[in-house]
Ligand binder design. Structure first.
Ligand code: 5AD
Ligand code: SF4
Length: 439
């Protein structure tokens, strides 16, 4: 039996798909990259914006024909939209066989067996709890790995659905993380990315419930001491929990990548308050200033939401001003998307989508100009990159990631993949650099 898995959304979902693949393979199923050769199709879904849900609905709609040709085909939908919509998914698409949630991934092989013997559709969702076997996953890369350290989110930003679909924060025990990372390094992994909806609040639950004296900067310090681990990344941070200690830990440890993704969301204090972000623009700037002072080469990237309910011209101007002042290396910009069940979905919203799009394009224009200008400063300089694979532009063009998380394309050969190499930057676009391998 072959299975095909498609992942929507963030890195946490990518990791969950690695877990699903591991679970199914250890139960005798084989992964196929071709949806048409699969007996089981799994969609691992995202719910963060309406667009993600619409895309999913389009994708599930397209499966109807496949299912009518092959009634034995099993269609399974998991992840955040499954957790959010539950039985509604089965109502909207009666040909879905299994809906499973974010808290019971490890049940999937069991659910598939049950479905085969019972033959009715199954919706199995748990409302909370930590799933078992968190560190059993399929390795798609020999040299890179995701390592979840905290699952869930307690923040309830007023626009965000994540706390409702991922549950309360649960930190993984530090000993378990260290043991796991050591094993990855022994297996040849050079770079890890620590994952969490808010990695900076790591350990809070362990300290209050289990009296374990740990926090994110201590964990980072301990992980960076693992011999042979070349690069450590982490996402995502929250400005309200981003301590000075974290900055000094990044500064002092060579193998912690000099890149911080620090979502701003808005530059207006009034909007930040309505978003329930619990920091002000000034507090955000204070963190940025300390990063710039202590680690001048550190890149800072961000997320920004445009058109949050009640955002007026002045609020938006403040966002633009902050973007110009900070000069982010890159920014992921989003138009606010109303998520049913969140606090903000009850807020009065007087702006049309057209008005929001105009603001969005204005922000994009300013940020793209800054990104290009910042990239140009790198031309002529030498950087170490981890070669991740082939780039998009032809077969002998490789793709490598700089410490600052920028991508560079350069000529090279297959044998360079999975290695650290030095390149010189020779040109740049807004979203990627062009380089040349150094001899
Ligand atoms: N609308 C638009 N963007 C959102 N994000 C989260 N929820 C929403 C929403 N309802 C954005 C935030 C977050 C990123 C992952 O997605 O900027 O940091
Ligand atoms: Fe959502 Fe806020 Fe939690 Fe991030 S910190 S996952 S934006 S609720």
């Amino acid at each position: 039996m072959n299975f095909f898995i498609k992942t929507f959304g963030c890195q946490m979902n990518e990791y969950d798909s690695e877990r699903i693949s591991y679970l199914l393979e250890s139960n005798g199923y084989k992964e196929s990259a071709d949806i048409y050769k699969a007996n089981i199709i799994i969609f691992n879904t995202c719910a963060v914006r309406e667009k993600a849900k619409n895309r999913l609905y389009g994708n599930i709609g397209n499966l109807k024909k496949l299912k009518s040709k092959n009634p034995d085909l099993l269609i399974c939908v998991g992840g955040c939209t499954a957790q959010n919509l539950k039985e509604k998914l089965l109502k909207d698409f009666p040909y879905i066989d299994i809906v499973f949630g974010t808290h019971n991934i490890s049940e999937l092989p069991e659910l598939i067996k049950r479905k085969k013997s019972l033959n009715n559709n199954i919706c199995s969702i748990k409302e909370k709890g930590s799933d078992r076997f968190i560190y059993k996953f399929k390795r798609y890369s020999n040299f890179k790995a995701y390592v979840p350290i905290i699952i869930g989110c307690n923040n309830y930003c007023s626009y965000c659905i994540v706390p409702y679909v991922r549950g309360k924060e649960i930190s993984v025990h530090p000993d378990k993380i260290i043991k796991h990372v050591k094993k990855l390094v022994l297996d040849g992994v050079l770079e890890i990315t620590l994952l969490g909806q808010n990695v900076n609040s790591y350990g809070r639950d362990l300290t209050s419930n289990c009296k374990i004296n740990i926090n994110f900067s201590k964990l980072l310090k301990n992980i960076s001491g693992i011999r042979g681990l070349r690069r450590i990344r982490f996402i995502t941070s929250h400005p309200k929990d981003f301590s000075d200690d974290i900055i000094f830990t990044i500064k002092k440890n060579e193998n912690i990548a000099k890149h911080i993704h620090l979502p701003l969301q808005s530059g207006s204090d009034r909007i930040l308050k309505r978003m329930n972000r619990r920091y002000t623009a000034e507090q955000y700037l204070k963190i940025v200033k300390l990063i710039r002072k202590e680690i001048p080469k550190c890149s800072i990237t961000t997320d920004i939401i445009v058109g949050f309910p009640g955002e007026d011209e002045e609020d938006f101007r403040q966002t633009l001003n902050l973007v110009k002042e900070v000069r982010f290396d890159r920014a992921f910009t989003f138009i606010y998307s109303n998520r049913e069940g969140t606090e903000a979905s009850n807020f009065y919203d007087d702006k049309t989508l057209k008005e929001k799009k105009i603001r969005f394009l204005k922000l994009l224009e300013i940020q793209n100009k800054i990104s290009l200008e910042e990239n140009k400063k790198l031309i002529g300089k030498k950087f170490e990159v981890l070669v991740e694979g082939f780039g998009i532009k032809g077969k002998n063009i490789l793709k490598g990631r700089l410490e600052n998380n920028s991508i560079a394309n350069f000529k090279g050969s297959k044998k360079d993949i999975g290695k650290f190499k030095y390149i010189k930057i020779i040109d740049t676009k807004t979203f990627y650099l062009k380089g040349k391998l150094c001899k």
